[in-house]
Design a protein around this ligand. Structure first.
Ligand code: SAH
Length: 217
């Protein structure tokens, strides 16, 4: 096993499995995706550390544990159509691409979308499509989604995202303000939408129609 594989194996064992993420497919995906390739070159050595890292434009790549936890909450088996809001570096989308059939990811900042798309293409994650736009509106062209993962904090789950959720589908989303958010897991059963609070988290703000305005956050 080479040094980079060992680094990923340790990251998964010590930060993700040790904190209770059990889905074997999620753990394996996170051992396989080369997290280093998704962070700026100057901080590659820190790529697997136990905290978020800056990726430019005031944005961050989430802490490995949070990626593992959010991914596990979607309970993916392999045949799903998944939507991610907030592509950032593309790392979370790469993890999802190993666990679902198709992944659409939406990013507000065009420069980040472009870099994420290039990284994903170069590494061969071919079932991911990066889109530029306001993810708080969802992406109706490819709906419905069996899983939707939002990686930026919103005041409340944007209605379009709940509408674009397939029967039995799950929406994982940090809801709250700049002082803190609750990670929530929503599920659709017919017309009924229920949710569970998972744990307090700290994300960058979701912008756009159903996100936070700059004056508010
Ligand atoms: N999932 C990313 C981390 C995302 S950080 C990763 O794995 O690296 C949150 C991202 O959400 C930022 O890149 C930010 O630009 C983006 N974002 C904020 N508001 C958005 C919106 N309305 N639509 C799409 N993306 C948005």
């Amino acid at each position: 096993m080479d040094e980079l594989q060992r680094e990923l194996k340790e990251m998964v064992a010590q930060q993700i499995e040790a904190r209770g993420v059990r889905d074997a497919r999620v753990l394996e995906a996170m051992r396989r995706v080369p997290r280093r390739e998704f962070v700026p070159e100057t901080i590659r050595e820190n790529a697997t550390e136990d905290h978020p890292l800056p990726i430019g434009f005031g944005q961050t790549i989430s802490q490995p544990y949070i990626v593992g936890l959010m991914t596990e909450l979607l309970v993916l088996k392999g045949d799903e159509n998944v939507l991610e809001i907030g592509s950032g570096s593309g790392y979370q989308a790469a993890v999802l691409s190993l666990l679902a059939k198709s992944v659409h990811t939406l990013e507000f900042v065009p420069e980040l979308a472009l870099t994420a798309q290039k990284t994903l293409e170069n590494l061969g994650y071919l079932n991911v499509k990066v889109h530029t736009g306001d993810g708080s509106l969802g992406l109706s062209a490819h709906a419905p989604y069996n899983g939707i993962l939002v990686t930026a904090a919103c005041p409340a789950p944007p209605p379009p995202l709940l509408e674009q959720l397939a029967e039995g589908g799950k929406l994982v989303i940090p809801a709250g303000d700049r002082w803190g958010q609750m990670l929530q897991c929503w599920e659709r059963n017919g017309k009924h939408l229920s949710h569970e609070d998972i744990l307090p988290v700290a994300f960058v703000p979701l912008r756009g129609k159903f996100g936070w305005k700059v004056a508010q956050w």
